[in-house]
Design a protein around this ligand. Structure first.
Ligand code: GLA
Length: 668
């Protein structure tokens, strides 16, 4: 994945079909005024492009594409398969989405399709063929946008059509052997053994208080991610055929809480990684969550530049209470993404809709029109991004890696765990926040396989990597024995990839590396806290653990746990393996991570006031320091170079006002 353009993309989803034609001309003028470089077009246009099966109406799209091209605005053109028209479900009922209760969902929302339906696939591919054929070589097309946010509304389809496809997927995985499947799923539990393939359906809702077999659910999650991926790959291949050399993307959702697709697998099939990110209104630290998601997206892009396909200029419409962004927040959010490797800051959507269920979602052109805070900031952002052209193609490099594992997350989403507070995302976020506060950058990586070389990292973090293969454990051990540092959190390496518990003391394949053994979990109750011997305060989790070779850094002061290990460090040659067996309050987590970093010899990108985010991008011999002041105070920053937004030379230090951003081309 190489840089795919020059300049930072700026624009958003453009849905001209929602507006009378008279507005289209005004749109173009406003786009030029804002400095829009690119729009994503046609994402939800299927019903307008193919009103009846096999009948296509491209005239309106021709006009829009030519209009944009005449103004020099480039297009990320969709193949429009994200929202099937009414006729598809009526003509082919099997094309519709079935939920876990077996209910077939009605037309009127979006993404109402079953990915395994041959009728859906045929229709989606036929449309893709027509669009790609017609516009594949149009000079305005800079990128292709397949579908939209796969799995947003129909991640797991439980229909009979999917059951047939699931069985085929299972036969392939288990080499046609039902006994292999029975072993992997542990079906001698509760009389679940299968004697014929036809007995296996989709894991629909089971009697009250029970849930489907955990390994079946895990395999179904894998299958469901693969089924959608097959749809994507087939459509992408059609586009590649008609539009050689133009990159194809599909917008991922590295957004708080979304985990339905194994993006590591998907990333390998996408030419340019793009994603959508929205802040959660009720999260006071949403800007830190944003940073973690941006780092995850850069990880999916293997460190290459990626594209922020969507974020919002202000409020969204789908949360219980939709917070309007504060003044300058839009600029801070956009620059945060660019700082972390995005070569574009695009939005949903160009013009806020006046009808439909998203009519209260912000846009670049708000309902109020140009006389608005949003429009003024949009114009300013356009100018800012324009002045960042030289940054295009630069990358971010870090000394810390964090393992990110969708499969562990899927398993931890299931019921019947030791505690409902085992929360994959929040545990990782709590650890990430401490690094963010210290301005120490993190690369997000998949669970390493045996051949993966982690030696460029001085620290690898494994947060709640519940499912761990022996190969990953071996890779981590090799990394530590050759001088690396590992930090594993609680509930890591408990089960293998079939979700079978490793026996003989947790965490089976990491016991030796961590130099400890856990004999029993002792989850804490809601709001319960426990003091540790070093004065830290722990919540959520404790356990009965004893050190074999590890040095105990802190133990539980809970007499019932008889001084069990809470935090430990096992020294192996020049390397070390840290274990964090509980969840720490914010201040203590910060203190602990600072110690781990110090021991690993990792320095901060910039030593400055807490709440001032500093990230460095670099290319060839040049680097740029991105600064975002999230505090309410002006902060003095030590730096030397040229500030690209205010176009000022900085000699030694400068003052960054509250809420402001700066990008400094550094003098080396
Ligand atoms: C997603 C979708 C968009 C729009 C926005 C609203 O990101 O891709 O079509 O619905 O959400 O926030």
């Amino acid at each position: 994945m190489k840089p795919w353009q020059s300049g930072i993309w700026f624009g958003g989803d453009y849905n001209p079909e929602q507006w009378p034609k008279g507005i289209w001309h005004e749109d173009l003028e406003l786009m030029l005024e804002a400095g829009v470089t690119t729009v994503s077009l046609g994402i939800f246009s299927w019903a307008n492009l193919e009103p009846h099966e096999g009948e296509y109406t491209f005239d309106w799209l021709d006009e829009v594409i030519n209009g944009l091209h005449s103004k020099g605005i480039s297009i990320d053109l969709a193949n429009a398969t994200a929202s099937p028209p009414a006729w598809l479900g009526i003509k082919y009922p099997d094309s519709k989405f079935t939920d876990q209760n077996g209910i077939i969902r009605s037309h009127g929302g979006r993404q109402n399709f079953c990915p395994s339906s041959a009728n859906y696939r045929r229709a989606a591919q036929a449309l893709t063929e027509k669009i790609a054929q017609r516009y594949g070589k149009h000079p305005a097309i800079a990128m292709w946008h397949v579908h939209n946010e796969y799995a947003c509304h129909n991640a797991r389809d439980y229909s009979e059509t999917s059951a047939i496809a699931f069985r085929a997927w299972l036969k392939n995985k288990y080499q046609d052997s039902l006994s292999q499947l029975n072993r992997a799923w542990g079906t001698d539990f509760w009389s679940q053994r299968y004697h014929d393939w036809s007995e296996i359906g989709t894991p629909k809702v089971t009697p009250d208080g029970t849930s489907p077999n955990p390994t079946m659910q895990l395999d179904f999650a894998r299958f469901s991610s693969d089924a959608l991926l097959e749809c994507y790959v087939a459509e992408r291949n059609i586009i590649h055929r008609h539009s050689p050399g133009i990159p194809v993307t599909t917008n991922f959702m590295t957004i708080r809480g979304f985990n339905k697709l194994d993006y590591w697998k998907w990333a390998a099939e996408v030419d340019v990684i793009s994603t959508d990110h929205y802040l959660m209104s009720n999260d006071p630290n949403a800007h830190i969550e944003l940073a973690m998601q941006a780092d995850t997206t850069r990880g999916l892009a293997k460190g290459y530049p990626w594209l922020l396909m969507e974020h919002s200029t202000s409020a969204v419409n789908w949360q219980p209470r939709n917070r309007a962004k504060e003044p300058k927040e839009l600029l801070r959010n956009s620059i945060q993404h660019v700082a972390r490797g995005a070569d574009g800051a695009m939005f949903f959507q160009w013009r806020a809709s006046f009808a439909g269920s998203e009519k209260f979602h912000s846009g670049l052109v708000p309902h109020a029109g140009k006389n608005s805070k949003v429009w003024r900031e949009v114009v300013k952002l356009g100018e800012f991004l324009d002045s960042l052209e030289e940054v295009t193609g630069s990358t971010v490099s870090n000394k810390v890696a964090m393992i990110w594992d969708y499969e562990s997350w899927w398993s931890l989403d299931q019921p019947n765990l030791p505690s409902t507070d085992l929360d994959y995302l929040n545990n990782a976020l709590a650890i990430y926040q401490a690094f963010w506060n210290l301005n120490v950058g993190i690369d997000v990586i998949p669970p390493p396989s045996e051949q993966d070389d982690l030696s460029s990292y001085q620290l690898v973090v494994a947060p709640m990597t519940y499912l761990m293969s022996k190969e990953t454990a071996t890779s981590l051990s090799r990394y530590v024995s050759s001088g690396g540092n590992l930090l594993a959190s609680y509930f890591t390496a408990i089960s293998d990839l079939n979700d079978h518990i490793y026996l003989g003391g947790y965490p089976g394949p990491l016991r030796e590396l961590l130099g400890l053994t856990i004999e029993e979990f002792a989850p804490l109750m809601e709001n319960q806290t426990v003091l540790l011997s070093n004065g830290y305060e722990a919540n959520t989790w404790s356990e009965r653990a004893s050190a074999t070779t590890a040095n105990v850094i802190a133990s539980y002061k809970n007499p019932a746990l008889e001084a069990s290990v809470a935090i430990s460090r096992n020294l192996i040659g020049n390397g070390s393996a840290w274990y964090l067996g509980t969840s720490l309050n914010r201040k203590d987590m910060h203190d602990f991570i600072a110690k781990v970093l110090k021991d690993a010899g990792i320095s901060q990108t910039l030593v400055t006031t807490a709440g001032v985010e500093a990230v460095r991008r670099a290319k060839d011999e040049q680097s740029w320091l991105f600064l975002v002041n999230h505090t309410n105070n002006e902060v003095k920053i030590q730096a030397k170079g040229f500030e690209l937004l205010t176009k000022q030379e900085i000699v030694g230090s400068f003052k960054l006002p509250a809420g402001e951003i700066a990008v400094i081309r550094e003098n080396l």
